[in-house]
Design a protein around this ligand. Sequence first.
Ligand code: CA
Length: 219
Amino acid sequence: MRLLLVEDDQMIGEAVLDILRAEHYAVDWVRDGRAAEAALSTETYDLMLLDLGLPGKDGLDILRQFRAARKNTPVLIATARDSIEQRIQGLDAGADDYLLKPYDLGELLARVRALLRRACGRTETVYEHMGVVINSTTHEASVEGQPVVLSYREWAVLDSLLSRPGAVLSRQQLETKIFGWDDGVVSNAVEVYIHGLRKKLGTHLIQNVRGVGYMVPRP
Ligand code: CA
């Protein structure tokens, strides 16, 4: 899953970036409103974490334009603007959730997980798909009761495919979901992760659609 972090405060930005990366998300961090607009026009994200008070362009304006362009990516506002009116304004502008600074990083992560879960239509944090049990909170998988250790990029590939069962994702689409700007993209990385996943989870779960990409079938 790839996230856009829009935050001009250096210390908060670094802390959030670190914890999101530790949780296996690919993250791009921008520090002003114009850079956020540019990122949103060129990349596709699974979620945006949006500060409101930003140099260049206010977060609320960014959000309104994003929704006016019919983009349905989940947006979590994280801001110091704490009045009831401001919270209502943020949610009515199209935010899915609103978190006040200073916030707890654990709560931020839980809200991110909840929004991502909802975006792919899941209600449970632990679920089973074709004999593989997935825990989306701990990023663990097990097959027939046996835990399977996945590397964090293997997890990212699996999570991306499982979020849309039945949809074929090309190698390039998977690359954009697992690598942020700061990550060097290795040319055959996706093939290597898919190979690793099939070896660990069985060959039935991830199918190769020749010439198109990869998919996890609907159960
Ligand atoms: Ca700010």
